[in-house]
Design a protein around this ligand. Structure first.
Ligand SMILES: [Zn+2]
Length: 123
């Protein structure tokens, strides 16, 4: 039995920030910092940004693990606390969406009207 279109659409997270995007942090101790998105957690509506929101993790020594002690690692931030930075004009922007002639949806910068490219890994 074929799946209904509505169900498929419901499965898709409404998150426009993708891995590889540059973002600027709007709140918290890292406000104003820019970094590259390294992980996206759509279910939690959170993202991990390289070098932002660093927390100390205390790791116990475990068999088979080389890391022990205290390590620094970036913790996930809420998606609403960051803003996408346009790779063309380098300004924080709210992305608009538009449909190209071939029917594909793209993100567009509201400042310079340039298309914000998305890294195609498995999207
Ligand atoms: Zn722009």
């Amino acid at each position: 039995m074929p799946r209904k279109q509505a169900q498929i659409r419901k499965m898709r997270p409404k998150m426009s920030i993708r891995r590889g995007d540059e973002v600027v942090v709007l709140t918290g101790k890292d406000r104003g910092k820019r970094g590259e998105v390294t992980r996206v957690l759509p279910e939690a509506n959170r993202i991990v940004i390289d070098g932002v929101n660093i927390v100390k993790r205390h790791l116990r020594r475990q068999p088979g693990s080389l890391q022990a002690g205290i390590i620094d690692m970036p913790a996930p931030l809420d998606r609403s606390n960051v803003m996408l930075v346009c790779p063309n004009c380098h300004r924080p922007t709210r992305e608009a969406r538009t449909v190209l002639a071939d029917g594909s949806h793209v993100r567009v910068c509201k400042h310079c009207d340039e298309v914000i490219p998305t890294r195609h890994d498995h999207d």
